[in-house]
Write a protein that binds this ligand. Sequence first.
Ligand SMILES: Nc1ncnc2c1ncn2[C@@H]1O[C@H](COP(=O)(O)OP(=O)(O)OP(=O)(O)O)[C@@H](O)[C@H]1O
Length: 247
Amino acid sequence: MQIKGLNVDYFGNSALEGVTLDIPFGHSVGIIGPNGAGKSTFIKALLDVIKKRSGTVKAEGKDIALYRRNIAYVPQKNDIDLTFPITVKDTVLTGTYPNLKLFRRPGKKERAIAERSMAMVEIGDLADKQISNLSGGQLQRVFIARALAQEASVFFLDEPFVGIDMVSERIIVNLFKQLRGEGKTILVVHHDLHEVEEYFDKIILLNKQLIAFGDVQDTFTTENIRRAYGTSLGNVIIQGAGGAAHA
Ligand SMILES: Nc1ncnc2c1ncn2[C@@H]1O[C@H](COP(=O)(O)OP(=O)(O)OP(=O)(O)O)[C@@H](O)[C@H]1O
């Protein structure tokens, strides 16, 4: 995915400035940076769901709009209306809609895809429950199953580990490993620096501007964390992460 000169403003305030990088497919990539660094904005700009002031985003040489169907997106929980009356299986089934032909309803094939997707995140037993009755971790797995049902090759997830239980976290991490093994690309906005090395093979450090991008071993360094978070906050974070970052 080729990103060139990406600038995004909200009401005249800049959220992203001149972000240029080339994200190779087939990796699990963490997007890391302080609150308000523009991480969610970055994902939304790549998806073309918010207006850019300038810049281009291409995938395999094509404008991202032409590639959009191949990208499954799991937004932050806050961005989803959880009071909407819908069951787990119907929510997951909506993941198949982008691939349906015009005026076609989901049939046997789509229901089989939805079932397989639910099984991949171990929520088959919740199929008939209303989404409003689920725990945070179960809900996150429902939205990931919906993304799987889209049968995309690229996955964008915004803070998937926030407010979830350890069992859900383990299931999701194992799924990421499985998807990566199948050559899929996973781009994840992530807050907690503890697990960075286990979850991702590349990271993007962001604070309005691109601070660093590359393999975790080379990029997840105390120096880069200080540059992204500022020296004093960076030091607190490095200590809190128990030396997870490289010196
Ligand atoms: N819809 C919006 N309207 C106005 N300003 C916005 C909007 N969305 C984000 N912003 C501002 O843009 C900046 C970047 O926000 P963004 O949500 O992308 O950051 P983030 O790194 O994902 O933050 P967090 O970790 O807190 O979720 C912040 O200053 C935020 O207040």
